[in-house]
Ligand binder design. Sequence first.
Ligand code: UD1
Ligand code: UDP
Length: 363
Amino acid sequence: MKMLTIIGARPQFIKAAVLSRYIRENPSCGVTETLVHTGQHYNQNMSDVFFTEMGIPEPKINLHVGSGNHGKTTGHMLDKIEEVILDRKPDALLVYGDTNSTLAGALAASKLHIPVAHVEAGLRSYMMAMPEEQNRRLTDHLSTWLFCPTQTAVGNLRKEGITDSKSVGRPDADKKKVEMTGDIMYEASLYYREKSNIQINGKGFILLTIHRAENTDDPARLAAIVGAVNDLADYQFVFPVHPRTRKVLEQQNLKFASHVRVIDPVGYLEMIAYEAACSAVVTDSGGVQKEAFFFQKPCITIRDSTEWVELVDSGWNTLVGTDTDTIVNAVKDIRIPNDYPQLYGDGHCAEKIISYFHGETNV
Ligand code: UD1
Ligand code: UDP
């Protein structure tokens, strides 16, 4: 099977690192992969660093789409991905997660009747205003293979009428395959924690990340978050700042107090070293919420909803929104739960994804 994989944003490089390695190391698996980078993320520390340090092969094709409004960049990607599909004639196209690169890939392929595989299918925040919710819902409905990280995700799909067709032979978008594979980022964290020998100076700090559109594009929400972090002067924070957030902080002249160490975005190996060394995480990131749990760190999520509901149910994640006092009180009240359930599978997600392709396709 000739597979085209579309990646474009930071978390997708991390997810692709796992699956691409599995494919390369198992040439008998029956799948060959061509990586296409849309160029959605392009700074050295938002893109290149992941390829070099995680051993991801240089994508054969980079569409260099860059930043801009949703319609313009997604449309640009759609146009270029269509060209690549027509040229390369893949048997399947694989996308990760919920970014504009995900939707552009899924839409371009499904219009050309190329079956789509969606890794991280079935997640829902039930907030359609989020660009990610729009992207993931549309992608799930366009997909043929839906690889779900949790049973909750399988259940979410069922509510929308997306179920496993149980059909034999080659699936298509009307005869879907829905599989629970576990979480690909869990597998990444297991593999790369062995490879990261980065030492972080200091312990007991809180790791902070902020980049979600609903927080950065709303001055009141962003100011409330900054206010809460500044009020927590008895704590040390480390804040690798996403370029989107840096831009808005500067525009709004929002400044952090001296107990917050603001640093440039870091590579994945450094990030997981911070996650391993910190005492807790405050974030609006999807991936970082889970990684807090993988490193057994309590997480405060500065959003109104989360797709990773099992983290909240198990007590490892506290969803607080963006009210200043609520954030401050939640941080002061941080506790580590007694139980550490296995929420994200057995760490063999890549193998499961490839085995579901194998045998179901006869191409
Ligand atoms: C995107 C995803 C989001 C994901 C995040 C991961 C969409 C709609 N959103 O959000 O789901 O959680 O990636 O990080 O796809 N920028 C740079 N350099 C870069 C990349 C971005 O300067 O290398 C700046 C630009 O000003 C750009 C802004 O960040 O306009 C936003 O980038 P964009 O890719 O549109 O969205 P993210 O917030 O990164
Ligand atoms: N990450 C990183 N460096 C950073 C911030 C995040 O390597 O400076 C990693 C993080 O460990 C996780 C992924 O990027 O694996 C999460 O990406 P992000 O928060 O940008 O997006 P989301 O997961 O919310 O889509």
